[in-house]
Design a binder for this molecule. Structure first.
Ligand code: VAH
Length: 318
């Protein structure tokens, strides 16, 4: 059985749907501390789970015969900087609970990492799998901690710990969750709703990005790679890099009236400390990772999904 923590978030929702389809509704237990939508409740198992409550988690692992644990619960980069003590508790203490249970019950454990696990002293153009990691956000520090602890428990106790470092994930069906890359989700809604987007990053801020379907497929593929093929427990995953200006230009092909006002805020400092190009050659070589969506495809799939929701029909979008 697969337990997903933080399953109502940007990645959890999509992975829950993918795994329910792939392994059957009874094999997937979506969990979070919020009330789920009717759709999520009706399409399979959902349970309240607070990763800060060890006993609660332990009961679920035992009673629901969990053997895979996908741990998404965390505060992302920007929101973590505004609530450091909660980020420490959730991203570190919560992770320790999950790590301890995975060891105790021999679970396969997946924890997402991020471009945010690197900092200003890491090489940024490109950033390889193995290099200096001195991130400047509590989110990044907690993700480096998770990578190191997971790797240690793998060596010491044989824990099947796996992690992928993701770029900014672009998705249409979940509201952005306090990340620094979330302008790239919001701009699509603003373009369709008002034609005006206020971007919290400078127009030339280049960041690695990935469309959510590619991100979720990378997890699905990575978790079924035979252990002997893995040279690392944590791999970079990439699809493309672009700036807010690049993205706005592509959207203007379909919504020419789009106007962007650039008003950098505290998230600019975070973005300036992150990779600009992300080297995922390790994942491509060791277990055959490849992305499908580039910037053109990303813009089309996002607008095709969102336009009807805003009552818009766009010309020349095939
Ligand atoms: C964030 N979207 O901005 C997340 C991610 C690549 C960054 O970890 O915090």
């Amino acid at each position: 059985k697969i337990l997903i923590t933080g399953s109502l978030g940007q990645l959890g929702k999509g992975l829950g749907r993918l795994y329910r389809k792939k392994y059957g509704q009874e094999s997937v237990i979506m969990s979070d501390i919020l009330k789920p939508s009717k759709e999520i409740l009706n399409e399979g198992r959902y349970i309240y789970a607070d990763v800060l409550d060890f006993k609660n988690l332990q009961e679920i692992v035992v009673n629901c015969e969990v053997d895979w644990l996908i741990h998404f619960s965390a505060l992302l980069s920007a929101i973590g900087e505004n609530n450091i003590s909660l980020a420490v508790r959730l991203n570190i203490e919560g992770f320790h609970n999950v790590l301890e249970l995975s060891k105790q019950y021999k679970l396969k454990l997946f924890v997402p990492s991020t471009i945010g696990a690197f900092g200003p002293t890491s090489p940024r153009n490109p950033t390889p799998d193995l290099t200096i990691q001195r991130p400047r956000t509590i989110y990044g520090v907690s993700k480096v901690h998770a990578e190191l602890m997971g790797e240690y428990f793998h060596q010491k106790f044989g824990l099947d710990f796996r992690s992928l470092r993701f770029p900014g994930v672009i998705s249409a069906d979940t509201a952005p969750g306090g990340g620094t890359t979330d302008y790239a989700c919001q701009i699509f809604h603003d373009a369709l709703k008002t034609g005006h987007h206020v971007c919290f990053l400078k127009k030339d801020t280049k960041l690695p990005m990935i469309y959510v379907d590619d991100c979720l497929r990378s997890i699905e593929e990575f978790l079924t790679v035979p252990d002997e093929k893995l040279k690392l427990r944590t791999y970079n995953i990439n699809a493309m890099s672009f700036t807010p200006e690049d993205l706005a230009e592509k959207i203007k092909k379909y919504i020419p009236e789009l106007r962007v006002t650039y008003k950098p805020d505290n998230r600019q400092d975070i973005a300036d400390s992150w990779p600009m190009e992300f080297d995922d050659s390790g994942a491509r070589k060791d277990w055959g990772w490849k992305h499908h969506y580039d910037l053109e495809e990303l813009v089309k799939v996002m607008l095709k999904y969102l336009a009807p929701i805003y009552g818009r029909t766009l010309k020349n979008i095939n």
